[in-house]
Structure formats: structure tokens, C-alpha cells
Design a protein around this ligand. Sequence first.
Ligand SMILES: [Zn+2]
Length: 311
Amino acid sequence: MNDVGRKSPIREANRLTILLRTVLGEDRFPVDVAALAREVSRNHEDPITDIKGVDIDGFEGMLRARRRQPGWQILYNVQSRYRGRERFTLGHEFGHYLLHRRPLTAAHYRDGELPDGFDFECLPLQLNQWKIAERDREEEADTFASYLLMPIDDYRQQVSGLEMSRPLLDHVIDRYDVSLMAAARKWIEFTDTRAAMVVACDGFALWGRASTAAYKSGVFIRSGMEIPDKSIAGMGSTGAHARAEHPVALPPGVWTFSRGTEAVREITFFSDRLGFSISLLQFDTDTPLEGLDDDSGEMDTYDKFITNGQS
Ligand SMILES: [Zn+2]
């Protein structure tokens, strides 16, 4: 197998989580990624020496090999369209450092300057047509950042048994200092409840994901699916309940998925600045689906981020 020696992003993040808990105790959030990256990399021949925000078009973040001596820079874009994602980007680049970099030694600089080909230049996943190998690395770096900033056990404790609401999500965002998108996506990934997340723009889903429990019950979100008019998302940022603190109960017939429709509690966050909405749909447990089509035995795989038309 060519995966031998490949580092697990979750294991690497958990290792650092344990380190932080040991050193800082329970009061360790939000994680200071820059300090951690410097401290951890200090013990290597090629440490991370510079971490800086830059205003340059064309990338979200970059792990850049130093040209004159072994070492690395992390650059992250501070242009307004990346606002709120800087810490996640830092974590992502730190992930490349730990998981994917080719360690630099003095030998690489024999000719006075490092040859090309060591850098990681990162674009937002949904804007880019990654090759498969690159895409795997990008996803691993994202996973690392997600687990480093929002350790799963801690996140579970914050939300255990509670319905996801605006105040609860705000609490999570504050605690970890992450974007709403990152916090919501993480919750969908681990919640045991039946729930789904839909990112929409101009009346259509850009991206969506169902929690494992919801997916197993036949809920999945297709990129490009139409957002129902009577949903909170469909009514838009000036509609009723656009600023609701808690999810609004909607009857069956509003949200319909391939395998049927059912009652749902919806809360939607509108970002006029970014031009999209993020909806969290929460379903009751064990509610039978109406209009279930027994012939459609085949489950779709999760839709991934769409890869075109969004630049
Ligand atoms: Zn990357």
C-alpha cells in the first residue's frame, strides 16, 4: 500500500489537543494556532519562522519554503472575502507542514537557493479543480484544521443533548473563534441526531450534507436542488424568522428530499456580504417519511462541494 507512513490528520490534531490540554488545562480555547505552529516546529531543522497575513490575489493560504535556508513561512490572505477564515487557513497550512511537507535540510540549499516545487499554495476547495492527489491533501489539511480548532470531544460536550440554535452556535463560534460555516459543518459531521446542512445561493443549494443518522434514514442534499419557497431559506433575509433564535417548526411538504418529505425544524443564517445562506435542518427521530419511494434502494454518496460556476 502506498499509504504506509502517511500521517492521519485526525491523529495529528488529537496529539496536539492532548498536548494543549496538558500544558494549558481546560482554558485553552480558542487555540492559538500561530504560537502552536512555532512551538511545535521549533524542534525541526526546518521550523516555521514567519506567519503573516498578506493582501495578494489568487490564493487563500500558502505554506512557503524559505529560499535561502531551511524553514517555512505561512502566508494567509487577509482580503475581505476571506474574513473569518484566517484561523482555519492557518490551521490548514500548519496541517500541510505536519502531514505533507518534504522536510528541508541544508543539503537542499547546496546551490545557494532552494529549487522550486516545495510550496503548498491553497485555494478554497469549492473554487478549485484539484487533481485527485492534491484534493486528498487539501481535504486532509482541512480535517486537521477542523480537529485542531474544534476538538470533537470538547464540541460534543458543548452541545450534548441540545437542539442547535443561534445562541448555541454563537457560543461554539466564540469558543473556537471559527466561522459559522466551519462550526456548522463540523456539527453535521459528528452529531448523532438527524440533521442536515444546506448552503444556498439564489434559490439553489450550492452544497449540502446530511448527518450520518439523517443520511441513513434517506435524507441527502443534492448540489443544485431547489430551495423551497416556504422554507426559511427560501423566504430570504427579509422574510419571517430570518433572525429567529431557535429553529422554526415546518410541516411536512416544505422540505422534500428524494425519499420523501417530513416535518423539520429549520434555522437559517443569512450572509448578505457573502451572498449565501446556511440552513440547519433538524428532524425528529424515528419519524416515518411520507411519500417514501421503495424502489429507490440506492443511496447517493454525499455531494461534495461544487467545483464550478462559483468563481
Ligand atoms: Zn492546502
